[in-house]
Design a protein around this ligand. Structure first.
Ligand code: ZN
Length: 125
């Protein structure tokens, strides 16, 4: 049975400015603050430099210990780059979607990458 005909007509049904239309969008990430955006842009830049210098050494990405999942997460450079670009674009990034079957030897901690980059820069000085 369909009782829809008994319902009062939506007063905004033909209104393109229907206020409800703004509430039904796909789930949005909370907007980034200026500081968060600046930090994320910086990290995105770092990820791209890590990828350039570490991929030739067989490093595919980083891993870190996730308190939420209680396990290590492994992220390829491209996945991290994609997540960061998505976050910068205001989309929700799949933070807990690690690579399938990662080879743990091909991933290093973020701090290792920072240190590696520092070491390279020191050699260039
Ligand atoms: Zn997690």
């Amino acid at each position: 049975m369909n009782y829809e005909w008994q319902m009062p007509r939506d007063p905004f049904a033909d209104d393109p400015n229907d206020p409800a239309s703004f509430l039904d969008e796909d789930e949005q990430a909370p907007p980034l603050s200026e500081d968060e955006r600046a930090l994320l842009s910086q990290e995105l830049d770092l990820v791209r430099r890590f990828r350039t210098v570490l991929t030739p050494h067989g490093i595919n990405g980083i891993f870190f210990y996730c308190d939420d999942c209680d396990e290590q997460h492994f992220y390829d450079w491209d996945i991290m780059e994609g997540n960061m670009l998505a976050t910068l674009a205001g989309e929700l990034a799949p933070v807990h979607e690690p690579s399938a079957q990662p080879n743990p030897n091909a991933y290093v901690p973020w701090d290792y990458c920072l240190g590696y980059l520092d070491g390279l820069n020191a050699q260039l000085r």
